[in-house]
Design a protein. Sequence first.
Length: 274
Amino acid sequence: MASLRDLGLSEYEARAYRSLLSTGATTAKELSRASDVPMGRIYDVLNSLEQHSLVRSQAASRPKKYVAVEPDTALDRLLESKRRELAEKVEQYEGVVDELTAELESAEPVQSQFWTAAVGAEEWVELLVERLAAADDSLVVVSGDISPQFDLGVIGDRVTEELAAALDRGVDVSVLMSPELVSSLPPSVGERYSDTLADHPSFAVRTAPDLSGTFELIDDVEVCIEVPNPLAPGQAFAMIDLKDPEFAADVREQFDPRWNAAEPLSLAAFATEE
């Protein structure tokens, strides 16, 4: 059940304000009795409510009287106060993140072998998105088979968002696909990639025949390999993430000649491909 305490008032402040709505203009002593706020606390409570602009006082009267601000106005003021408080908190946390980012990234990374795997649609998507977000310099996407990455829906949207974010932070993105994959995709897929990525100078798409499998090469040190479902072609079963500079170098050595010989693909044409 909603409470004034949810908007920042103490129990005594909430009691006093609610009682003022019922009593109308009244003295501190009368309000203490009506609200069950101890007399020793009532003036502090009323002062706090005045600071929140939830009550008004009539200083000319003797004894001094208080009246509650209308509920709509009072709630708007409490909400605005909470918004300011949350904005300050967000700014504070952003500052902490900036400071910690600089501190943690200053540590020299250890270039060692490491691999992990994610099984199941949700798990492999989360792993893929995480690793795309980790790219700092270069990102290569190779897809010779139909892949959920290039399909409609949430997965394709998330991959597109991460590619766009990578471009925004200065990452070079290269996408190599088989002509068969391009021809199998609906126009809406090409339109999404065209609208989101096509005009960026660090983004390029090419096609090459005889590609097999789907993988991502990240910063030339890490490879994400998509494992297809053997019982359902076109569906991913798992994702293997392998961080191994030597293996990644071998992948790059195999990729570069294929990329250089590949045909550039106009994303405008891609959007209308039959």
